[in-house]
Write a protein that binds this ligand. Structure first.
Ligand code: FEO
Ligand code: CA
Length: 664
């Protein structure tokens, strides 16, 4: 019997479990204070003087890089209008190709996708997973210094599943049939697909390639960094605390300078339950007491790989139950796509939270490696990682992600910011922890409780940090703050004049004490909202082509175009997506502030995942959850197969008819 009980109630791609009860200052409060100041501070020099900043810094952090109104040199396409069509729309002169939809046969023995979704769990593990998200294109020759734009490995995340679509008649009630739970686990994880461009300009899967691979919610994983072998990682499965099974809710991504893929675990907490008195590492992450998303822990007949999702202590010691299983999730996982036999590695030095993605500053020979990652929940934080060892191209590898310092961002209301170390040996951190009455046993204890450590460090609560992007020329970091519908009426102000920050904004910062340093200057690049929303940096308002709500995916191409993907929730307490058309992708010129709508997606989807070939002739994006909100047999989208078909997440390759750079 079909039951709606197991059906996720909201878009799991942005299901942030609000759990920050600390007293830390909200970023929205600081933004309001700062922009109120800006109203009477005229010009960069006056502002610089008021902030005590050098004029050069002011020029970067307080003014647009070029005066407003100079027009755009970067955007060479015709903006498209908003639309609610159940289709992909792109500007004139562009063509799109759908590839690798959910269910595509990937590995030997895989069946063709069954339109009634009757594929088994074992088949799903051989087919492309569901709900495509973060993605990267690795040129096939990148390991030998090449930059092929016609052949490579396309690696992507599969963030979650919609049981109403994944199963022929939707999900059964609880207890869950084991076969359904196993199919859902098999549809999570990652796909590595070897693809090649043919003479007709279409991308094709290279069948039987040794590189094609699926990673799922049950694939064996290693744990490294400060938590490797730590007491907090001991489970019945790994009694020495060095391993776990699977990666889940992989949202955005990253890639390393040495040619590996990083997949980031975001809303994993909702896969677990933990009854009774919860450990602080569970409560602060919002692990449910009773109802998990999928009720995998109830799977019948019982199996160890599903029972582990109940973290309630039931044995005398951790080595005999799964109280610590949630501690093995919330990490960034490294996958070597060029070694199909490699074991994915969870890098604990990068912190444990609802990771959206990870972005790097360009690696500099002889300098530390620097990366940023956001914690996508309302009122959570932005983090920075600095490797202990220096980067050298000849020896670069996973060791640079094993030993480093994790910092959290504090945004001061005068436009300055600081990175505060979450380091048990740091005197300032020790002082703040003591003041807060919080004790950490060792650095592993700090990292498994990253959110708590950031609380005591006094981090600034943000409006859901999603993707980031580093400008390829200036090194400025842009970050989407997608929305925060919990912003209340008594927080209204001139800078944020709307009840609830449902449209979000994009901030940016520049490091001011060296790339690896602990200080930065910040500003707001763009406010989301309807046409007419003021954009103070550019002395202009958004128009019909540039109205953005809920900016999420973010990426700079090599020329400095800023690609922005949106994720307006189509139900719940946010906004009706029809006001902006369907979710789409925009392109911005960060110098002029010009923004144009480039792509509109099918009904109910979000745009996510973005990757380019080195020559920028193909832009890959992912269409996630078309038909969100569908009931079994009653689909709100039929993309990409059309007719009455059930919707399928898929990748879209975008190319110009003349073969030129996308966006130019
Ligand atoms: Fe998976 Fe924050 O979106
Ligand atoms: Ca996202």
């Amino acid at each position: 019997m079909t039951s709606r009980k197991n059906r996720p109630l909201i878009d799991l791609s942005c299901t942030e479990r609000e759990s920050n009860e600390s007293d830390n200052v909200c970023f929205a409060d600081l933004l309001q204070a700062r922009l109120s100041r800006r109203r009477w501070l005229q010009g960069g020099a006056a502002l610089a003087a008021s902030l005590g900043l050098p004029a050069g810094l002011s020029a970067c952090a307080e003014r647009p890089l070029q005066p407003a109104g100079t027009g755009s040199s970067l955007l060479g396409f015709e903006a498209i209008p908003a639309t609610a069509a159940d289709a992909i729309s792109v500007p004139p002169g562009y063509r799109t190709q759908t590839l690798l939809p959910w269910g595509t046969p990937l590995l030997p023995g895989a069946d063709d996708y069954h339109a009634d979704a009757s594929d088994s769990a074992a088949q799903q593990a051989l087919q492309v997973g569901s709900h495509h998200d973060g993605m990267h294109f690795f040129p096939i020759d990148v390991k030998t210094g090449g930059n092929s734009s016609t052949e490579g490995l396309l690696v992507m995340n599969h963030e979650y599943v919609d049981p109403a679509i994944l199963h022929p008649e939707g999900p059964s009630g609880t207890p869950r049939p084991l076969a359904e739970a196993e199919k859902e686990l098999a549809a999570h994880g990652n796909t590595i697909a070897h693809i090649r461009l043919n003479d007709q300009g279409e991308w094709q899967l290279v069948k039987n390639s040794r590189y094609n691979r699926r990673i799922t919610g049950t694939t064996a994983m290693a744990i490294d960094g400060p938590l490797r072998g730590h007491d907090a990682m001991v489970t019945r499965y790994s009694q020495d605390g060095t391993a776990t099974r699977g990666t889940l809710n992989n949202c955005s991504n990253g890639y390393t300078p040495w040619g590996t893929y990083l997949t980031c675990e975001e809303n994993w907490a909702g896969c677990f339950v933990s009854r009774g008195e919860q450990l602080r590492g569970q409560k602060r992450y919002g692990i449910p007491y009773e109802d998990s998303y999928y009720h995998w822990h109830t799977a019948t007949p019982a199996a160890d790989h599903t029972r582990r999702f109940d973290a309630t202590p039931v044995a005398a010691k951790a080595a005999d139950d799964y109280r610590n299983e949630p501690n093995t999730f919330g990490w960034i996982v490294e996958i070597d796509p060029f070694d199909p036999d490699s074991t994915p590695v969870k890098h604990t030095a990068l912190g444990r939270f609802a990771h959206e993605g990870i972005i790097f500053q360009p690696a500099q020979e002889g300098e530390p490696l620097v990366a940023y990652s956001g914690d996508d929940s309302r009122f959570e934080y932005i983090y920075k990682y600095v490797s202990h060892e220096s980067y050298h191209a000849s020896t670069a590898g996973p060791h640079l992600l094993q030993h480093g310092t994790l910092y959290v961002a504090v945004f001061h209301d005068d436009g300055r910011g600081e990175w505060r170390a979450l380091d048990i040996d740091d005197a300032d951190f020790q002082r703040r922890a003591a003041q807060a009455g919080v004790t950490f046993g060792d650095q592993g204890d700090v990292l498994v409780n990253t959110r708590l450590a950031a609380d005591v460090a006094g981090a600034t609560k943000m409006d859901r940090p999603e993707w980031g992007a580093v400008h390829p020329h200036s090194g400025e970091v842009y970050f989407t703050l997608t929305n925060n519908s919990k912003r209340t009426d008594d927080q209204l102000n001139a800078a944020n004049p709307r009840a609830h920050n449902v449209h979000g904004h994009i901030i940016r910062w520049r490091e001011t004490a060296g790339v690896a340093g602990d200080r930065f200057a910040w500003d707001v690049f763009w406010f989301g909202g309807e046409a007419g929303t003021a954009q103070p940096l550019f002395a202009k308002e958004s128009d019909a082509a540039s109205e953005i709500s809920s900016p999420d995916g973010l990426c700079f191409d090599n020329d400095g175009r800023l690609w922005i993907e949106t994720d307006m929730s189509s139900y719940g307490d946010q906004i009706g997506s029809r006001a902006f058309g369907n979710n789409g992708m925009y392109c911005a010129d960060p110098h002029s502030g010009e923004v144009r709508r480039f792509l509109s997606g099918p009904m109910g989807c979000e745009l996510t995942g973005i990757a380019t070939t080195p020559d920028q002739s193909t832009l890959f994006v992912n269409i996630q959850h078309p038909g969100e909100g569908s009931e079994p047999g009653q689909f709100t989208s039929h993309w990409p197969d059309g007719g009455s078909a059930r919707p399928r997440s898929a990748t879209v390759a975008i190319r110009r008819a003349d073969g030129g750079k996308v966006g130019a």
